[in-house]
Design a protein around this ligand. Structure first.
Ligand SMILES: *Cc1c(COP(=O)(O)O)cnc(C)c1O
Length: 396
């Protein structure tokens, strides 16, 4: 018999989410996460994945993963430090280091794990972390795990960051101070102000940490936000994921040799969690190869992003301040936004509503994530549906 206290806790909290309209119903895909997906037997144009370059379903990745599974097996068999390090893992790390133009790279099982691993490997209770208020949940959790004092600064507000950095430094209370930011903020598609962050970091001797999950494969000819600003030798930690533009699963930290050496010695997900399976590792290698040699997919992604953004904005929608292909469409009221998303679904467009508390109250939006795999016809159909639904709901 289960504990009554637990049952009570669960049922009252689940009920609470339902009454507040915050309960998350999860859709199940029947088949691949491509530009068109199938849910409940219904075919939908997919604008909700992070598969920016369409590589998740690329035959070159699929071939590489099949071959690796046949040669190396389905699982890696151990953690990296015992005997779970295969030549494939080393090849992927060396390739990523060349791709990111850093001295070295360490690969983890996910981007989320990178932040669990890297922050607490260098920061502790004697330190402070300046963190953008809109940073990703895994950064927030990684900071907490480190037990450092977390000081939030207003989103991309460089005056606030400078002020907080100055106070932290002058207080003399902290051994080390780190500034940490997303490279691209995925809710609005805006880019972190890295040139200014680097200047402030140099003035106050801050360690710099950029989580570029949404920038890699998108900005800086694919190498990411840090490369986009040509700041590769001035950022200490670059985090990337293998699960978004790269199209597979996993994450990595890129930086100086000594930093990566330390993470291999001390970071806990590397020491205590089994390494990536051969198939995932080999398909990531194939994906990075494609990214290094072929810029066409990135160009297509931007072309598609601009096409959608211009189309929606021509209809009179507020597409926000995005500087990347991520295209928010701000509707406003939470209930209207949810209704809008539901109507899009009925009309064959899968785009998620993002609501309070993920974004500020009254700025509910549909977040559209176009990819390189969408055709112009698909995006024109999306724009047509936005026009139809918007007129019907008297929003445009
Ligand atoms: C998606 C994301 C992650 C998590 O990456 P996974 O590889 O999916 O675990 C980490 N940080 C940021 C900023 C992200 O957007």
């Amino acid at each position: 018999m289960s504990s009554q206290a637990l049952d009570q806790f669960l049922s009252s909290n689940i009920e609470d989410l339902k009454t507040k309209g915050l309960y998350n119903f999860i859709d199940t895909l029947q088949g691949a996460n491509g530009p068109v997906i199938c849910i409940d037997g219904k075919s939908l144009i997919n604008l909700s994945s992070n598969n920016y370059l369409g590589l998740a379903t690329d035959y070159r990745l699929i071939d590489a993963s099949v071959k690796a599974a046949q040669t190396y097996g389905a699982g890696a068999g151990a953690v990296r430090t015992i005997n779970g390090t295969m030549d494939l893992h080393i090849e992927l790390e060396e390739k990523l280091a060349r791709f990111k133009k850093t001295e070295a790279v360490i690969v983890y099982q996910s981007g989320f794990n990178c932040n669990m691993a890297a922050i607490s490997a260098v920061m502790d209770q004697h330190d402070a972390i300046l963190s953008d208020e809109l940073n990703h949940a895994s950064i927030i959790d990684g900071c907490r795990l480190s037990r450092a004092k977390v000081i939030r600064f207003k989103h991309s507000d460089m005056n606030d960051l400078r002020q907080q950095a100055k106070e932290a430094k002058e207080s003399g209370k902290y051994h080390k101070i780190m500034v940490i930011t997303d490279g691209v903020f995925s809710m609005d598609g805006d880019i972190a102000k890295l040139p200014e962050i680097v200047k402030i970091a140099e003035e106050f001797d801050l360690i710099t940490y950029v989580d570029d999950a949404h920038g890699s494969g998108v900005l800086g000819a694919g190498a990411g936000t840090v490369k986009h600003f040509e700041l590769s030798d001035r950022i200490d930690f670059q985090i990337g994921t293998l699960s978004k533009a790269i199209g597979v699963v996993g994450g990595y930290v890129a930086g100086k040799k000594q930093l990566i050496e330390w993470l291999k010695l001390r970071s806990r997900p590397f020491l205590f969690s089994t390494s990536l399976p051969p198939a995932a590792t080999a398909s990531s290698i194939a994906s990075v190869d494609i990214l290094m040699n072929d810029k066409e997919l990135i160009e297509k992604l931007w072309e598609n992003g601009n096409h959608l953004k211009n189309g929606l904005s021509r209809l009179g929608y507020d597409v926000g301040q995005s500087e990347t292909p991520i295209t928010p469409c701000i509707i406003g009221d939470e209930v209207t936004t949810q209704q809008f998303s539901k109507r899009l679904y009925e009309e064959g467009v899968y785009a998620k509503a993002i609501l309070f508390p993920t974004v500020p109250k009254g700025t509910g939006r549909i977040r559209n994530m176009p990819t390189a795999a969408h055709t112009k016809e698909m995006l024109d159909e999306v724009i047509y549906v936005y026009e139809k639904v918007g007129k019907e709901m008297k929003l445009i």
